[in-house]
Design a protein around this ligand. Structure first.
Ligand SMILES: Cc1cc2nc3c(=O)[nH]c(=O)nc-3n(C[C@H](O)[C@H](O)[C@H](O)COP(=O)(O)OP(=O)(O)OC[C@H]3O[C@@H](n4cnc5c(N)ncnc54)[C@H](O)[C@@H]3O)c2cc1C
Length: 341
C-alpha cells in the first residue's frame, strides 16, 4: 500500500510535536514538515516554556485538564530519561504568589503538577507584598533545545523537512493527501481565521545562577523561571501588537518588577531581550476541514491557536490532532464506496 502523504505546515512546538506524534502512532504515513521558519526563529523558541496552564475560555476545562495531564506525563518521562539534558526538559519547584486571596485557590491543574499545596506563613515572609501563595513542582521545557530535539526525532523516524512559505493550502494539492495546519498566527492568512491575533510578549534572559526556584505573580504578568542555561524574566502582554523589536522601557519595567519579587536579581548580568507573538485565540482550533474547490478535495486538520499556554498543552493537543488525522487516513484506505470523506 502506498504511504499516505502528510504535510505538516509549521515548525514551532505544535508542528514538530504533531509530526512526531503522527510518525509514532499512525503507521503508513510519509511526513513532511513545511515551514518558512524553523528553530531558532519561531515564537516557540522565545517561550519561557514553563508548564502552568492558561485558561482557554472557549474550551471545556475537562479537555484542558486532559491536554495538560498528557503533556505533563509525556515531558515527565523525558525529564526522567537520559534525553533530559539534550531536550532541556527538567523539573522546577517554586511559588505562585498573590496580592489578594484568589477566588480559585485550587486551580484545575493542581493534581497534575507535583506536591501542590498552599504556602505556609513562614514561606510567605519572602514576599511581604503578597498574602497568599501556592507551592508546587512543575516542568520547564526550553524551546531553543526542545525544538531541535523534536526535529531530530522527526528526521530519525523518516520525516522530511522543507523550508517554504505557503500562501494558500491548495498549493499542497495534489502533492499531499492530508495537510495538518500548525501555522500558529499564520492561520490568519492560511485558514482565513480572523479570531486569531497576536499577544506580544517581551522577556529577558539573564545570568543569575543562584536563582533555583521559580516565582510567578498570580496575575501571570511577572515571573522568574530558572532554566538550564539562564533565568527567564517576564513579562508583557500587548494585545494586537505585531512589533518584534524589544522596547527598552518594557525591559526596565520587567527587571524592576522581577527585582521586587527577588531582590537578588539586581546582581544579574548578561541581560538579553527577546520578543515573541503569542498566537492567541479564545479556544485552540482542533478540527477537521475538508476543503473543496473545482471538484477537488483537500483534507485538512487544523491545530493552532494556543496563545500563552502552548508548551503546557502541546503533547495533549498533538495527540488529539493525530486522532483526527487517523480518521482521514482510515477513510482514505477504506474501499471507495464506503469512503466517508
Ligand atoms: C514571551 C512568550 C512567553 C511564553 N511563555 C510560555 C510558557 O512559559 N509556557 C507555555 O506553555 N507557553 C508559553 N508561551 C506560548 C507558546 O510559546 C506558544 O503557545 C507556542 O509556541 C505556539 O506554538 P506554535 O507552534 O503554534 O506557533 P509558532 O512557534 O509560532 O510556530 C508556527 C510555525 O508556522 C510557520 N508558519 C506560519 N505561517 C506560515 C506560512 N504561511 N507558510 C509556512 N510556514 C508558516 C512559522 O514559520 C512557524 O514555524 C509563550 C509565548 C511567548 C511569546
Amino acid at each position: 500500500m502506498d504511504p499516505v502523504r502528510v504535510a505538516v505546515v509549521g515548525a514551532g512546538v505544535m508542528g514538530l510535536s504533531t509530526a512526531l506524534c503522527i510518525s509514532e502512532l499512525v503507521p503508513g504515513c510519509s511526513i513532511t514538515v513545511i515551514s518558512d521558519k524553523f528553530t531558532p526563529e519561531t515564537t516557540s523558541d522565545v517561550a519561557a516554556g514553563i508548564l502552568i496552564p492558561h485558561v482557554y475560555p472557549d474550551t471545556p476545562i475537562h479537555k484542558q485538564k486532559q491536554w495538560f495531564r498528557e503533556t505533563f506525563d509525556h515531558l515527565s518521562a523525558i525529564a526522567n530519561s537520559a534525553e533530559a539534558g539534550e531536550a532541556a526538559v527538567h523539573l522546577v519547584s517554586g511559588w505562585q504568589v498573590f496580592q489578594s486571596i484568589p477566588t480559585e485557590q485550587v486551580p484545575f491543574w493542581a493534581d497534575v503538577v507535583l506536591g501542590f499545596r498552599t504556602m505556609t506563613e513562614a514561606e510567605l515572609k519572602k514576599f511581604p507584598h503578597h498574602v497568599f501563595g501556592q507551592a508546587f513542582t512543575t516542568l520547564k521545557c526550553e524551546g531553543s533545545a526542545y525544538l531541535p530535539w523534536l526535529e531530530k526525532r522527526v528526521k530519525e523516524r523518516g520525516g522530511m523537512i522543507l523550508t517554504r512559505r505557503i500562501e494558500d493550502l491548495w498549493e499542497l494539492h495534489p502533492s499531499f493527501d492530508i495537510v495538518v495546519n500548525c501555522s500558529g498566527l499564520g492561520s490568519r492568512q492560511l485558514a482565513g481565521d480572523l479570531e486569531i491575533f497576536p499577544v506580544r510578549g517581551q522577556l529577558l534572559k539573564v545570568q543569575a545562577p543562584w536563582v533555583k526556584h521559580f516565582i510567578r505573580d498570580g496575575s501571570g504578568l511577572t515571573y522568574i523561571y530558572p532554566g538550564a542555561s539562564n533565568v527567564t524574566l517576564g513579562g508583557s502582554r500587548q494585545k494586537g501588537d505585531w512589533n518584534l523589536s524589544p522596547d527598552a522601557e518594557i525591559s526596565r519595567d520587567i527587571l524592576s518588577r522581577c527585582c521586587a519579587l527577588e531582590p537578588s536579581l539586581h546582581g544579574a548580568w548578561d541581560i538579553k531581550e527577546t520578543v515573541g507573538l503569542r498566537p492567541y485565540r479564545a479556544g485552540v482550533r482542533l478540527q477537521k476541514e475538508l476543503l473543496a474547490r473545482d471538484g477537488r478535495r483537500l483534507p485538512v486538520v487544523h491545530h493552532y491557536g494556543h496563545g500563552s499556554g502552548g508548551f503546557s498543552m502541546h503533547w495533549g493537543t498533538a495527540l488529539e490532532a493525530t486522532r483526527l488525522l487517523k480518521e482521514y487516513v482510515q477513510a482514505l484506505r477504506a474501499p471507495a464506496p464506503k469512503s466517508k470523506m
